[in-house]
Design a protein around this ligand. Sequence first.
Ligand code: 5GP
Length: 234
Amino acid sequence: MGSAKIAEGKTKIVRPYREGYALLEFKDDITAGDGARHDVLPGKGVLNAQTSAYLFRVLEGKGISTHYVGMYDERTMIVKYLKMIPVEVVLRNIATGSVVKRLPINEGERFDPPIIEFFLKDDSRHDPMLNYHHMEHLKLMTRKEAERVEEIMYGVNDALFPLLKSKGLILYDFKLEFGRLGDELVVGDEITLDSMRVREEGTGRILDKDLYRKGADLETVRKAYEEFYRRLTS
Ligand code: 5GP
Protein backbone atom coordinates (compact mmCIF):
# COMPACT_ATOMS: atom_id res chain seq x y z
CA MET A 1 0.00 0.00 0.00
CA GLY A 2 1.47 3.32 -0.97
CA SER A 3 -1.12 5.76 0.41
CA ALA A 4 -0.38 8.54 2.90
CA LYS A 5 0.52 7.73 6.49
CA ILE A 6 -1.18 9.26 9.50
CA ALA A 7 1.44 7.77 11.80
CA GLU A 8 4.16 5.15 11.75
CA GLY A 9 5.44 3.39 14.83
CA LYS A 10 8.08 0.70 15.31
CA THR A 11 5.76 -2.13 14.24
CA LYS A 12 2.66 -0.58 12.67
CA ILE A 13 1.53 2.06 10.18
CA VAL A 14 -1.74 3.99 10.44
CA ARG A 15 -3.24 5.16 7.15
CA PRO A 16 -6.37 7.16 6.35
CA TYR A 17 -9.50 5.30 5.32
CA ARG A 18 -13.16 6.28 5.19
CA GLU A 19 -14.42 9.04 7.49
CA GLY A 20 -14.16 7.83 11.09
CA TYR A 21 -11.98 4.83 10.23
CA ALA A 22 -8.31 4.06 9.63
CA LEU A 23 -6.16 1.25 8.30
CA LEU A 24 -3.67 -0.36 10.67
CA GLU A 25 -0.89 -2.19 8.85
CA PHE A 26 1.29 -4.62 10.82
CA LYS A 27 4.94 -4.51 9.71
CA ASP A 28 7.40 -7.40 9.82
CA ASP A 29 9.66 -5.42 12.17
CA ILE A 30 10.45 -6.63 15.67
CA THR A 31 12.09 -4.40 18.25
CA ALA A 32 13.15 -4.51 21.90
CA GLY A 33 14.73 -2.24 24.49
CA ASP A 34 12.76 0.89 23.41
CA GLY A 35 13.92 0.29 19.85
CA ALA A 36 17.57 -0.44 20.72
CA ARG A 37 17.40 -3.88 19.04
CA HIS A 38 15.64 -4.13 15.70
CA ASP A 39 15.15 -6.87 13.11
CA VAL A 40 12.81 -7.73 10.27
CA LEU A 41 11.03 -11.04 10.68
CA PRO A 42 9.24 -12.02 7.45
CA GLY A 43 5.72 -13.27 8.20
CA LYS A 44 5.43 -11.53 11.58
CA GLY A 45 3.18 -8.74 10.31
CA VAL A 46 0.59 -11.16 8.98
CA LEU A 47 0.76 -13.37 12.09
CA ASN A 48 0.35 -10.40 14.43
CA ALA A 49 -2.47 -8.87 12.39
CA GLN A 50 -4.32 -12.20 12.39
CA THR A 51 -3.64 -12.86 16.11
CA SER A 52 -4.80 -9.39 17.07
CA ALA A 53 -7.92 -9.62 14.88
CA TYR A 54 -8.82 -12.99 16.38
CA LEU A 55 -8.46 -11.71 19.95
CA PHE A 56 -10.35 -8.46 19.23
CA ARG A 57 -13.21 -10.58 17.86
CA VAL A 58 -13.16 -12.63 21.08
CA LEU A 59 -13.39 -9.43 23.13
CA GLU A 60 -16.18 -7.99 20.97
CA GLY A 61 -18.02 -11.27 21.51
CA LYS A 62 -17.79 -10.62 25.27
CA GLY A 63 -19.19 -7.11 24.89
CA ILE A 64 -15.84 -5.31 25.24
CA SER A 65 -15.48 -2.37 22.81
CA THR A 66 -12.40 -2.46 20.60
CA HIS A 67 -11.38 -0.48 17.54
CA TYR A 68 -11.52 -3.61 15.35
CA VAL A 69 -13.89 -3.48 12.37
CA GLY A 70 -12.54 -6.08 9.92
CA MET A 71 -9.59 -7.00 7.72
CA TYR A 72 -8.54 -4.90 4.71
CA ASP A 73 -5.88 -7.42 3.67
CA GLU A 74 -3.98 -10.15 5.51
CA ARG A 75 -1.70 -7.73 7.39
CA THR A 76 -4.00 -4.71 7.59
CA MET A 77 -7.00 -4.10 9.84
CA ILE A 78 -9.80 -1.66 9.32
CA VAL A 79 -10.22 0.11 12.66
CA LYS A 80 -12.37 2.83 14.14
CA TYR A 81 -10.40 6.05 14.32
CA LEU A 82 -9.79 6.73 18.02
CA LYS A 83 -8.16 9.62 19.82
CA MET A 84 -5.42 7.54 21.39
CA ILE A 85 -4.29 8.08 24.99
CA PRO A 86 -0.47 7.75 25.19
CA VAL A 87 -0.57 5.37 28.16
CA GLU A 88 0.34 1.67 28.26
CA VAL A 89 -1.88 -0.23 30.66
CA VAL A 90 -0.46 -3.51 31.94
CA LEU A 91 -2.30 -6.28 33.77
CA ARG A 92 -0.21 -8.93 35.52
CA ASN A 93 -1.39 -12.38 36.59
CA ILE A 94 2.08 -13.75 37.30
CA ALA A 95 5.18 -11.74 38.16
CA THR A 96 7.91 -11.44 35.55
CA GLY A 97 9.58 -8.67 33.57
CA SER A 98 9.89 -5.13 34.88
CA VAL A 99 7.86 -5.68 38.07
CA VAL A 100 10.39 -8.15 39.52
CA LYS A 101 13.21 -5.70 38.74
CA ARG A 102 11.44 -2.71 40.32
CA LEU A 103 9.95 -4.27 43.43
CA PRO A 104 10.78 -6.99 45.98
CA ILE A 105 8.55 -9.46 44.15
CA ASN A 106 9.77 -12.88 43.04
CA GLU A 107 9.66 -14.19 39.50
CA GLY A 108 6.63 -16.46 39.14
CA GLU A 109 4.69 -15.05 42.11
CA ARG A 110 0.95 -15.13 41.47
CA PHE A 111 -1.03 -11.89 41.77
CA ASP A 112 -4.46 -12.59 43.19
CA PRO A 113 -6.24 -10.40 42.27
CA PRO A 114 -4.21 -9.45 39.19
CA ILE A 115 -2.43 -6.08 39.43
CA ILE A 116 -2.68 -3.19 36.98
CA GLU A 117 -0.02 -0.61 36.20
CA PHE A 118 -0.01 2.51 33.98
CA PHE A 119 3.04 3.71 32.02
CA LEU A 120 3.59 6.85 29.93
CA LYS A 121 4.28 5.97 26.28
CA ASP A 122 7.60 7.75 25.98
CA ASP A 123 10.64 5.79 24.79
CA SER A 124 13.01 8.72 25.52
CA ARG A 125 12.00 8.41 29.20
CA HIS A 126 11.81 4.59 29.07
CA ASP A 127 8.05 4.57 29.63
CA PRO A 128 7.89 5.80 33.27
CA MET A 129 5.19 4.46 35.57
CA LEU A 130 2.19 6.71 36.28
CA ASN A 131 -0.33 6.91 39.08
CA TYR A 132 -3.82 8.49 39.02
CA HIS A 133 -2.38 11.84 40.13
CA HIS A 134 0.23 11.96 37.35
CA MET A 135 -2.41 11.03 34.79
CA GLU A 136 -4.81 13.75 35.97
CA HIS A 137 -2.06 16.39 36.04
CA LEU A 138 -0.80 15.42 32.57
CA LYS A 139 -4.43 15.41 31.32
CA LEU A 140 -4.09 11.82 30.15
CA MET A 141 -7.07 10.36 32.04
CA THR A 142 -9.31 11.41 34.89
CA ARG A 143 -9.44 9.14 37.92
CA LYS A 144 -12.89 8.01 36.83
CA GLU A 145 -11.58 7.09 33.39
CA ALA A 146 -8.61 5.25 34.92
CA GLU A 147 -11.02 3.24 37.05
CA ARG A 148 -13.11 2.44 33.96
CA VAL A 149 -9.91 1.37 32.15
CA GLU A 150 -9.10 -0.96 35.07
CA GLU A 151 -12.57 -2.47 34.83
CA ILE A 152 -12.07 -3.11 31.11
CA MET A 153 -8.60 -4.62 31.79
CA TYR A 154 -10.17 -7.11 34.23
CA GLY A 155 -12.87 -7.91 31.67
CA VAL A 156 -10.22 -8.58 29.02
CA ASN A 157 -8.31 -10.82 31.42
CA ASP A 158 -11.50 -12.71 32.30
CA ALA A 159 -11.98 -13.36 28.58
CA LEU A 160 -8.41 -14.19 27.59
CA PHE A 161 -7.00 -16.07 30.60
CA PRO A 162 -9.48 -19.00 30.41
CA LEU A 163 -9.32 -19.04 26.60
CA LEU A 164 -5.53 -19.48 26.63
CA LYS A 165 -5.72 -21.91 29.57
CA SER A 166 -8.01 -24.10 27.46
CA LYS A 167 -5.17 -24.27 24.91
CA GLY A 168 -2.58 -25.27 27.55
CA LEU A 169 -1.20 -21.73 27.73
CA ILE A 170 -0.79 -19.34 30.66
CA LEU A 171 -1.29 -15.59 30.21
CA TYR A 172 1.34 -14.04 32.50
CA ASP A 173 0.64 -10.41 31.59
CA PHE A 174 -0.53 -8.13 28.79
CA LYS A 175 -0.44 -4.50 27.75
CA LEU A 176 -3.31 -2.60 26.16
CA GLU A 177 -3.71 0.92 24.86
CA PHE A 178 -6.97 2.85 24.94
CA GLY A 179 -8.53 5.57 22.86
CA ARG A 180 -11.61 7.76 23.04
CA LEU A 181 -14.57 7.54 20.70
CA GLY A 182 -16.77 10.38 21.91
CA ASP A 183 -17.08 9.68 25.65
CA GLU A 184 -16.42 5.97 25.30
CA LEU A 185 -13.08 4.33 26.20
CA VAL A 186 -12.22 1.77 23.55
CA VAL A 187 -9.42 -0.84 23.37
CA GLY A 188 -7.10 0.17 20.51
CA ASP A 189 -3.65 -0.77 19.21
CA GLU A 190 -2.99 -4.54 19.22
CA ILE A 191 -3.09 -7.73 21.27
CA THR A 192 -0.21 -9.90 20.11
CA LEU A 193 2.80 -11.75 21.45
CA ASP A 194 4.65 -8.41 21.22
CA SER A 195 2.38 -7.05 23.94
CA MET A 196 1.63 -10.04 26.17
CA ARG A 197 3.54 -12.82 27.86
CA VAL A 198 2.36 -16.36 27.25
CA ARG A 199 3.99 -19.50 28.61
CA GLU A 200 3.16 -23.16 28.00
CA GLU A 201 1.39 -24.70 30.96
CA GLY A 202 3.55 -27.24 32.78
CA THR A 203 6.80 -26.69 30.86
CA GLY A 204 6.92 -22.89 31.23
CA ARG A 205 8.18 -22.68 27.65
CA ILE A 206 8.17 -19.07 26.43
CA LEU A 207 6.07 -18.30 23.33
CA ASP A 208 6.17 -14.49 23.36
CA LYS A 209 8.53 -11.61 22.55
CA ASP A 210 10.65 -12.38 25.63
CA LEU A 211 12.33 -14.93 23.32
CA TYR A 212 13.57 -12.02 21.20
CA ARG A 213 14.29 -9.82 24.23
CA LYS A 214 16.48 -12.63 25.61
CA GLY A 215 18.38 -12.96 22.30
CA ALA A 216 16.79 -16.03 20.65
CA ASP A 217 17.34 -16.41 16.90
CA LEU A 218 14.65 -15.03 14.61
CA GLU A 219 13.47 -18.43 13.36
CA THR A 220 12.76 -19.53 16.96
CA VAL A 221 10.73 -16.37 17.50
CA ARG A 222 8.79 -16.82 14.24
CA LYS A 223 8.00 -20.45 15.08
CA ALA A 224 6.73 -19.49 18.55
CA TYR A 225 4.42 -16.80 17.10
CA GLU A 226 3.15 -19.29 14.53
CA GLU A 227 2.60 -22.02 17.14
CA PHE A 228 0.68 -19.61 19.36
CA TYR A 229 -1.64 -18.58 16.52
CA ARG A 230 -2.21 -22.23 15.55
CA ARG A 231 -3.01 -23.26 19.14
CA LEU A 232 -5.19 -20.22 19.73
CA THR A 233 -7.31 -20.87 16.68
CA SER A 234 -7.38 -24.69 16.85
P1 5GP B 1 7.03 -5.19 31.54
O1 5GP B 1 6.56 -3.95 32.26
O2 5GP B 1 7.18 -6.36 32.45
O3 5GP B 1 8.27 -4.93 30.71
O4 5GP B 1 5.89 -5.55 30.48
C1 5GP B 1 4.61 -5.96 30.89
C2 5GP B 1 3.79 -6.40 29.70
O5 5GP B 1 3.54 -5.26 28.86
C3 5GP B 1 4.49 -7.41 28.78
O6 5GP B 1 3.52 -8.31 28.28
C4 5GP B 1 5.08 -6.59 27.67
O7 5GP B 1 5.13 -7.31 26.47
C5 5GP B 1 4.10 -5.42 27.58
N1 5GP B 1 4.79 -4.18 27.25
C6 5GP B 1 5.42 -3.35 28.11
N2 5GP B 1 5.95 -2.30 27.44
C7 5GP B 1 5.65 -2.47 26.15
C8 5GP B 1 5.93 -1.71 24.96
O8 5GP B 1 6.55 -0.64 24.98
N3 5GP B 1 5.46 -2.24 23.80
C9 5GP B 1 4.76 -3.40 23.74
N4 5GP B 1 4.34 -3.85 22.54
N5 5GP B 1 4.48 -4.13 24.84
C10 5GP B 1 4.92 -3.68 26.03
